[in-house]
Design a protein around this ligand. Sequence first.
Ligand code: ZN
Length: 221
Amino acid sequence: MRQRRANTGRRRTSFATLKGMQEFNGRSIWAVGRNYGAHAKELGNEVPDSPMIFLKSGATAVPAGVVQLPDFSSDVHHEVELALRFGADFQFDAVGVALDLTARDLQNVLKEKKHPWTLAKSFRGSCPLSGFRPIQLERNQQFRVQLWINDVLRQDGHTKDLIFQPEVLREHVLRHFPVEPGDVLLTGTPSGVAKLEPGDRARARVTLNASWTVEAEWSFT
Ligand code: ZN
């Protein structure tokens, strides 16, 4: 365990819930906004003409288990997302599922002031993140991304509907940012984002086919 992690004061639980899953041990979580047209519209945003990247600190990651909602927001939204891990050669080498938690009330104020989104996107506990399942991605391989809140399906998307496909995002991020092996790319959320309440349970799943899934569960306090 690196010193950096020991300093977070967090109880160490495992990111890897299924056999063969690997823990997240990256430094940065690179995320993209408005990458599904239907989600951009539900928030009244324009569809961007180049990827809109923001950063969530790697220390925001929370393995399956309990997530504490921040006391400085009263409108934290779930955004379920396909998470792709950068391997040693900077190709994607594993798949996970994430909740890009967003303090929507704060984000709306920040947007209005034209301020950065860090407070709304990178607060403590803002990235529930599953373990990673190794895979050799084939070009244009597509995934289904789903989220149940209290056993009700609330988000259900498919990466074929991404405005910028993972390969485009990968090249864009590598060109501009100091990506390191083990870092993760979040690929954007489908429509259906909504407020989380204390006591809610979330089950997130990424599916490639009937026998290839990644899943994780969290509860919120
Ligand atoms: Zn997001």
